[in-house]
Design a binder for this molecule. Sequence first.
Ligand code: PRT
Ligand code: MG
Length: 219
Amino acid sequence: MTITLALSKGRIFDDSMPLLKAAGIEVLEDPEQSRKLILGTSRPDVRVVLVRASDVPTYVQYGGADLGVAGHDILLEHGGQGLYQPLDLGIARCRLSVAVRADFDYAAAVKQGSRIRVATKYTQCARDHFADKGVHVDLIKLYGSMELAPLTGLADAIVDLVSTGNTLKANGLVEVEQIMPISARLIVNQAALKLKREALRALIDAFEGATAARTLRAS
Ligand code: PRT
Ligand code: MG
């Protein structure tokens, strides 16, 4: 019985490697060197598939992968249907924030009850956030380079992920509100959890142990 783990290239892949190692699994190829989308591991029964970060929940939901690692931001936008989410892995940390041009008075706009134009890839999270605050917004869906929207007059504000804050700074934007902290979660296909119960349980437990050990070391 093969177990398929869906990961995205970049920070999710990189941050997942120590957890996999702690679970006794080594990925045999470097995704930055190889063009392969299916990577073997030191465990003959475990393979890794590489997909876009936003496609990880879809692969796991429909059984294209048994489990995967996805940012909480991606899961909130996806909706999480059909996914078992046993574990916050605490990796790929960042926050979802509101940012504006340094010369835009966000507090005043909110206070006056103005309609604010907000560009974002995270329309679901943004809609919920501004509805909770009672702020009227027009949402503009973008797929990337959100920082450009306030600079070109496309929008007054953006909702985007921030980690160091360097990208905002480099583009003359300031973070005016933190919506929520974000980290990556382990997600599991619910049918697979029944059919491959023992193997998946063992993996989930190993990830849990590795996550707990890392938290201890950090404290
Ligand atoms: O990049 P691609 O379009 O292929 O897909 P993706 O952006 O969905 O994937 P990826 O690999 O960039 O991000 C995967 C996951 O990592 C996200 O879903 C988040 O949960 C998490 N993560 C953690 C981040 C960041 N930190 C992060 N800083 N995702 C994106 N960023 C971007 C942010 O959007 C902004 O453009 O980095 C920029 C800001 O970084 P700082 O350090 O300058 O603040
Ligand atoms: Mg990215």
